[in-house]
Ligand binder design. Sequence first.
Ligand code: AKB
Length: 316
Amino acid sequence: MKNILVLGASGQIGSELVGELRKIYGDSHVVGGDINLNVSCELKESGPYEYLDIRDTEKIVTVIKKYNIDTIYNLVALLSAVGEQKPQFAWEINIGGLMNTLEIAREHKCAVFTPSSIGAFGPSTPPDHTPQDTIMRPTTIYGISKVAGELLSDYYYLKYGVDTRSVRFPGLISYKTLPGGGTTDYAVEIFYEAIKAKKYTCPLPGGTFLDMMYMPDAVKAAIEIMEADPSALKHRNSFNVTAMSFDPEILAAEIKKHIPGFTLSYDINPTLVKIANSWPNSMDDSCARNEWGWKPDYTLADMTSDMLDKLKEKLK
Ligand code: AKB
């Protein structure tokens, strides 16, 4: 049985991943850790929870020893848009935090999962069917930290044998916890506004295609890559994974099937447009499919229908 520590447990991914890991490995085997004091009762009451700052190596080591941790999910990150406002802090958290995690993992023999992102690609990357192995010259501090994180994770595997694994997540759509400070956040906000006001003002223009994924698939990818047979993995850090690619118009048309009066307008944010235009339109995730059997469950239609049902319930 694994003993798992999830760093960044109360964030958009963590708040759903912890629950799923607890179902699989047992509540007492999955420790949630976060700097956030305001975490949900569910997270604190369904299993162990520790107040943790990714920069506080000593405290993390105490927790690793206390629970005999052998696997760390490091989800702590400043996302792309907020990173541009605070580049030095983004580096400190994204790379300083990862370096701490990898060092702790080396000393205490833990496996490490770290999400990478479509943000690891840049304007010179082939934008359509972006290959697994291709040009990576991102132009955001977030993307630079993701590429550096991928290389650092491979380095710890090659030099020290730390079992590091990772996926490049697209924009993640979820109803439980809001994302914060990302370029793809519009694809979550649009659902809240569709239910509350039947209209949404989008910061990205029509024609901006980006890879996206519904959270249950993202959680599945994070768990399956860590369970994958290592002898089958030719890549490690990091696998392209995607489930769908759409632009705001396509998403709005899908929402309209459920909320006929829904309208979409635009108030373009040039900073977000620049970031979004530097990312792929759609990735080729065949390496993940071939090496560890990746396959998403949710199409755009499935995701939209489930998001609206779940959010309507939440916003009642
Ligand atoms: C962001 O928009 O910054 C993130 C991402 C795609 O990594 N959601």
